[in-house]
Design a protein around this ligand. Structure first.
Ligand SMILES: Cc1cc2nc3c(=O)[nH]c(=O)nc-3n(C[C@H](O)[C@H](O)[C@H](O)COP(=O)(O)O)c2cc1C
Length: 200
């Protein structure tokens, strides 16, 4: 393998897409795609652009639902991609984004009430984490809010749960992957970790 030294403008190597629901200051609901989200135990760390409405909402109210779409939902996700609930549209976004508060209508997705937090879940997403932000700080450059969201309730579609357990079946669940700004699903299974709770 020969390696080139390159200077890519993005470093999005392929992470699951999440749809974050938060509450706007006018009590409407915001829905925004995010791929900078990873789990540390029961906390999901979120990296959210500081000028977007989601960051504004998370600073005003700590409640959020982290909804994970499946690969078939990529077009709904992409319908949300050029939208921001922020008004005015932040200056660096003005060329390519437009203001929109009715994000559920725009995406064709459906809100359903959560059980422990105010923002609704996304009905079409097989995995939904209700969460509360327990800590939030700016990144070193001040461009992103790094929010630690403690998951307080997990909802999983019956089809992706190993019957009679709390385990998500990796053979039944597939995330939507954001790979250098293109959408992918997972390929076939390659193997399993020695720590798997769902051995074949
Ligand atoms: C698939 C996908 C993944 C994204 N991941 C992130 C992310 O991790 N962090 C972020 O700040 N913006 C991310 N964005 C961009 C936001 O969705 C975008 O800034 C949007 O306008 C935010 O909406 P809001 O201002 O209403 O919160 C992503 C967009 C897409 C389409």
């Amino acid at each position: 393998m020969t390696h080139l030294t390159i200077e890519p403008s993005i470093l999005y190597v392929g992470t699951p897409v999440a749809l974050l629901t938060t509450v706007n200051e006018d009590d409407t609901v915001n829905l925004a795609p995010m791929s900078s989200a990873w789990a540390l135990g029961d906390v999901v760390v979120l990296g959210v652009g500081v000028s977007g409405q989601t960051a504004i909402n998370l600073r005003a109210s700590p409640e959020v639902v982290i909804n994970y779409p499946s690969p078939e939902q990529w077009e709904s996700v992409e319908r949300l991609a050029p939208l921001t609930a922020a008004d005015p549209v932040p200056s660096h976004k003005q060329a390519r984004f437009r203001h929109e508060r009715a994000k559920f209508t725009a995406s064709g997705l459906t809100p359903v009430p959560s059980e422990l937090v105010t923002p609704p879940r996304v009905a079409e997403c097989p995995l939904q984490f209700e969460a509360t932000v327990v800590d939030a700080d700016l990144d070193a450059k001040g461009n992103f809010l790094i929010a630690q969201a403690r998951v307080v309730r997990v909802h999983a579609a019956r089809e992706i749960v190993v019957p009679g357990t709390s385990h998500v079946d990796p053979a039944a669940w597939s995330p939507l992957i954001y790979n250098f700004r293109h959408y992918y699903g997972l390929g076939p299974e390659l193997g399993e970790s020695f720590r798997t709770e769902t051995p074949r």
